[in-house]
Write a protein that binds this ligand. Sequence first.
Ligand code: FAD
Length: 729
Amino acid sequence: MLVKACQRSVIQYVCRQKKRLSFARSRRTTIHIHNMPCEVTDRFLILYGSQRGQAQSIAEEICEQATEHGFTADIFCLSDVKKYNVDSETRPIVFVVSTTGDGDPPDTAQKFVKKIKNKSLPHDSFANLCYALLALGDTNYANFCNCGKTIDRRLQQLGAKHFYATGHADDGTGLEVVVDPWIEGLWEALKKTFANMSAADQQGAAHSDSFLKSPSGQEKNSSNLEVDLNLLKLSETDLPRESTPDCSQTETLIPLVASLKHSVAPLSESVLNVPALPPSYLEVILENQSVKEEMVPADKEGYHEVPVTKAVQLTRDDSVKTAILLELDVSEQNMAYQPGDSFDVLCPNRASEVEELLLRLGLQMRNNYAVQIHLLENTSKKAKVPLHIPQGTSLQFILTWCVEIRSIPKKAFIRALADVTQDSSEKRRLLELCSKQGSADYNGFVRDANVCLLDLLRAFPSCLPPLNLLFEHLPKLQSRAYSAASSSLQHPGKVHFVFNVVEFPACPEHSARTGLCTGWLADHVSSIMVPTGMLTASECLDTSALPKVYVRPRPSSTFHLPADPSVPIVMVGPGTGVAPFIGFLQQREKEREVNQEVTFGETWLFFGCRYKEKDFLFREEVERFVQNGTLSHLIVCFSRDDETDAGEKVKRARYVQHNLLLHAKSVASMLLKDKGYLYVCGDAKNMAKDVNDTLLEIIGNELQLDKLETMKTVAGLREEKRYLQDIWS
Ligand code: FAD
């Protein structure tokens, strides 16, 4: 696959253990250099943006030579955004980028260039970054090396530092004229950079050592500092000077704010109340025997493996979120469903994360061993071997399909992790995070930051949990539900669903990542993904080549069309919340075709998206519903579009609840007079609550009721199952 082709990593050549300066960004400031002595390996990152492969092959050449010079390099294509994170990178970076067209970035660098060109980025966004850049271009064309120059200029504006002068290689006269000497000089520059980082680190260590002494000169345990951590500033004169510009000559400041790894006073000085250590109750035995190839735990739990026959990106590339529609072929499984039902989808943990976890636990060579789990003798009666971990399956399988390694560790888990952490300051920090006194830090740095086990293991290198501890604390990997966005009347044997790819932006605690299921699905179907309106996989591929997923129906007991088609329905579904209503409307469209004598009630859809042109999901389909009378009223709002089609600025309803208010009379009449149904689907956190508040307002005003009476009326609608919600967060 393209991604694989773009990526290469080189096995570490030199295993010298050095101390590393961590340039990690602190959470609430833009001060970037910690004083904590950490490890330096002579490891750097190569990022390339290539159009025709030249930049890639030069980058690969650098990577190969790196090992010969005693360095270790990781190499990624710039488009491989999940594999690297410039925002928090602490290693030196070498960019190799070409230019294409009229000074444009190569396709693979476009996203990156767009990202760094974002005007809202703070001017010190990349103050942690030190880099060298080799720009490729051709003086026969306008805008020589424009992409490299753009990246260079922008990185400088955003605070990044060169550790080696930029090279501009000209394909018109021969790239090698510049490339070869540039690469030759790179090794010396890298050597100096690492030496400076190491020296600065020792400075930092010396300063932090001095912190560990009490005023009487006696050493203190670093995990229980009693000194006031005032801002420590290493001036340039404290650091070795080098002729090559390098990143360690920046002002070095010790953060005064807490992070996942570090606390500040008063927490750092507090006596802690920590939860009792949860007693271990499992014994895990790894047996060196071959395990027959495992299937996902499908049959037992009613899952079926079905092909994905269509994957359509419903949003434009420049849209804030990516919405994807999938069509599954469920004909062979005879999976009946009604519009309004959902489907559970099984998703695995990311292969790269499982691999990293195995490596971190030192179990990478035993990934295929069979796992046997027993209860330890004398454990409490309540303790049970977790049912979601099957006996005799391989470790790899369990970590991939059975436990949610992305789950946010609970305090009890952190307490247990602290117990298997060697380093005293790391142990202290873990204890703080699970303590009563450290609640705010737990909420901020663990829970709200969506930190997972691997993030903790990365942050606390001396923590080495045994397998039984993981199996005692990691919850079952849950399937994810998706509402059917189709009617089997219109698509026999098929089910559609639509989802947004969840994105967790990079933060100091972890790099950017996508939601477990939505990110996996997006990758899994990428080979057949097409933009809206294009020919789809089922039309051009044979089914055996299609990606497959494990699904099972998840019927809803109430969220269905009313039995009496003559009653009006009001559907409120912004974004992907429109999914079940597409199913409703497809069903209605077909019913109207075959039952022309039947009277159908009014059908209203309140939909919302950000931009009309970028993320108006199912636009053509809903417009067709309006044209053929299936939908009486389509009311759409655009939360970020301020202009009319004619280009005039207007102030109009931004969210679905605003439009509901604008149509308050009709809505109230349909619900109260005509015994209509109100359906709400989508985001539980904000939208559903706002819609509920608006409904209270509409009904209170219409019936002239006080608050209590209004609430009772709305509660009545719920009881009659005429106010129905299908909401998720
Ligand atoms: P996860 O890795 O599980 O992460 C999601 C978690 O992260 C949630 O806890 C959420 O609160 C949080 N989160 C989300 N975004 C961010 C962010 N940017 N920053 C920080 N935290 C964040 N989803 C659909 O898209 N379409 C549907 O039709 C649909 N139907 C559903 C029907 C039902 C009955 C239910 C229960 C849920 C439905 N969902 C639907 C939600 C869906 O099941 C998943 O929860 C969702 O797709 C996210 O899954 P994930 O594994 O990618 O994310």
